[in-house]
Design a protein around this ligand. Sequence first.
Ligand code: NAD
Length: 436
Amino acid sequence: MHVTMIGAGYVGLVSGACFADFGHHVVCIDKDDGRIAALNRGEIPIFEPGLDDLVESNMRQGRLEFTRDTARVRDADAVFIAVGTPSRRGDGHADLSFVYDAVREIAPLLSAATVVVTKSTVPVGTGDEIERILRERRPDAEIAVVSNPEFLREGAAIQDFKHPDRIVVGTDDARARAVMAEVYRPLYLNAAPILYVSRRTAELIKYAANAFLATKITFINEIADLCETVDADVQEVARGIGLDNRIGGKFLHAGPGFGGSCFPKDASALLKTAQDHGVALRIVETVSAVNEQRKRAMARKVVAALDGSIRGKTIAVLGLTFKPNTDDTRDSPAIPLITALQDLGAIVRSYDPAGMEQAKPKLETVIYCHNAYEAAQGADAAVIVTEWEQFRALDLAELRRVMAQPVIVDLRNVYRAEEMKRAKFRYRAIGRAGVD
Ligand SMILES: NC(=O)c1ccc[n+]([C@@H]2O[C@H](COP(=O)([O-])OP(=O)(O)OC[C@H]3O[C@@H](n4cnc5c(N)ncnc54)[C@H](O)[C@@H]3O)[C@@H](O)[C@H]2O)c1
């Protein structure tokens, strides 16, 4: 099959490379000249484990191309739209301008029987509007519009794409359904369930999934707050409830609040959709509000660990990305936390294995370092914000030697209290007893 991907970002690039690996001929089109030039030089513009090898081998075998030339959509059996849908500044609706611009650009260039597939996360009804634009501009063509939301996670994107829990295909059109079945045939042969639903249902499934996962995280975060007050251990509570199959153990890790390029903006967009239709989604509303204030509130933990004031003190922030194994700092909890620390008068030093370049424009006054120990140099406290593997096995003796005070605030619960006691650190965690 000939597949075209519009947008070569986290989703478009991974999906394009995986489709090529399935044996399809894939052309990825991006309007970012720098990104296309880098990809054609063999450089991967994002940090995603395994993606470099996958892109390189499929380019070498002639199944994967990168271009700025939108006219290449004319050869495609299926055109996937994987452009960004960020929060619209001011009102929190999904900003669909990238999606609609892409549709207007490709409309005159498509062959008459193409299937246009929305992989971007878009509110219910967006597919109808895409269809309207295409009909208006191409009355001659029989273009079907399908919703095929993506559920991959950054950091494990290739594994997720190739072994999905399910594939959701939203269409009522038999021809489009056959094209989608062919595109995903290798996964179907691997027994990945394909769920055929209406386009609007598919669009909503994506938002409902993200809102539910965000709710789980927020639920355990609030239970963690209670654990701290009543002297219980949130990790044991999470295990105790997670072993119940009706609940499940995933997304029950207490932490500094969810972030990333999807959950915050998707929760907000879902709320706006519901409001537009006169429906109250009070649970999602609360989850969003609780999470927003939690990120900045984490600064209070640091203040408490340093006996009530951080003015003039140096804080080492370990981790800037919203989770490990990505360079993505979009809506990362590290950003409001650092801003709050600076507002309270602290000097912030930081290290992240992959996210520092992305963080720099958002956090200009942070002192960026080459490793965790350099960041901890002279620090009064080290705060673990992202659970990168290398922060799970820090040389505690070395850390203690370089710091001004041995204080660790572990917002990801990666260490055990006994370990910290042995290493003579003052230790604060989330929803668990600390060490003085
Ligand atoms: N990042 C994730 O983990 C993830 C997971 C599931 C779904 N999604 C959804 O997938 C969509 C894309 O997310 P992303 O993180 O890959 O975004 P991204 O910002 O990393 O990539 C978007 C790319 O699209 C390009 N682009 C924009 N307009 C274009 C146009 N008209 N023509 C060609 N290229 C264009 C941009 O230059 C950019 O490279 C969003 O709707 C997001 O919500 C993301």
